[in-house]
Design a binder for this molecule. Sequence first.
Ligand code: BG6
Length: 483
Amino acid sequence: MVARIIPVESFDLVIFGGTGDLARRKILPSLFRRFVAGQIPDASRIIGAARSDLDGAGYRTMIEAALTEFLEPADRPADVVADFLKHLDYVAVDAKGDDGWDELRGKLRDDKIRSFYLSVGPSLFGDISRRLSQKGLATPESRIVVEKPLGHDLASARDLNSQLSESFAENQIYRIDHYLGKETVQNLMALRFANALFEPVWNSQHIDSIQITVAESIGVKGRGAYYDRSGAMRDMVQNHMMQLLCLTAMEPPSHFDPDAVRDEKLKVIRALQPVPMTDIVRGQYRAGNGEDSYRDHAENQDSTTESFVAIKAEVANWRWAGTPFYLRTGKRLRARVSEIAIQFKDVPHSIFDGEGPRKSNALIIRLQPDEGITLRMTIKEPGPGGMRLTDVPLDMTFAEALGPGVETADAYERLIMDVVRGNQTLFMRGDEVEAAWAWADQVIATWTSAKDVPQQYDAGSSGPEDSLALLHRDGRRWRDINS
Ligand code: BG6
């Protein structure tokens, strides 16, 4: 099967922070891949904007080096790279001053949609968006793209939203959560809303519990200063895990359109109950299995920032009352695994005597790596000798099911093209971000007032012991973190 390419109109895309790490590592390589796929029309322009005193030629040299560094040789034929670079230009702009803005305006064309990607720290969102508007660069059709951290708490998130909304309307603001750009995360919606099979059983009457795991094997190396002020709750739960929870728990929207989808997600976040300390576990990795400890890389050697968090969350509505959502994420765990496991209830009455230990059905949606779906079923063990039951997986790996030729696009490729297309479905709305912070703030306030200290866990393990206890207490257990 070959992926279909949906054409877009030619565009002007300005990348503020165009010389930065994200631009070089993700944004430009993603644009290049879309160029290779034939999705970037000839008349499109990509303009880097940053403080560095470069010109167009200097910028093209920098991006050529970035493509060499971040793409495999086979993915970047020299002639295609040379063609792509022709679309690039650069303007040195002072985000907090007057320099460069007139020159940048001069490069933008009246007949093209303008998108402004703010690949800069949030402290510059207000300055840049204000100047875009005051200096006449933003038009009513323009789009602005921002990315996490979208605040540190509810107050700062509100502040950022209001700074952006001084110059841009909500339907012009594209807030990226790169998890929404992942193919498998979108597949969650296809699975739920394009198959009749699941909806009748997708509720607390049939589902015992849900586990959402985003386990990472990498540590915080190189990002200690940022991470120490953030921690797993702000870095992963408030945004990525929250999106996974929303897509799992939301009601079917009436259409796959931006506000219908986002309205339903917002309702889930608003239905989340405050979490008591007994339902929160924080952890921090210590040295183990030949790996450094969290504190080796933290800014503060006595840091009590969590590199792991597990939460028993409750969505208080008719669909989910009584079904716990266990969330777990951490760094330096045994393996890199992201999955959503739907654990169904047991049959109401067993007709088989002495059948042996048996598991109830589970649907496991693997987001990464090795994307796919597994349905755990009970069948009869083959052979004579009575009715013995056994648990088997019905496995589907997307790569195998879809066959060769299907490229898995990076999340940024999809999201940047959606900006250009003007489709906000996979972007967070301001009220959604604020509601997620309101819930996260409550969780953080709970552990702060309890003076909670994260439990240490070995690097390369499955996380702190207390997180196992969180489920044991309810007669359940986490699924193993295995690659
Ligand atoms: C980022 C976090 O948003 O997501 C990182 O800041 C984390 O700490 C990353 O490692 C995980 O993304 P992915 O796509 O590798 O699962």
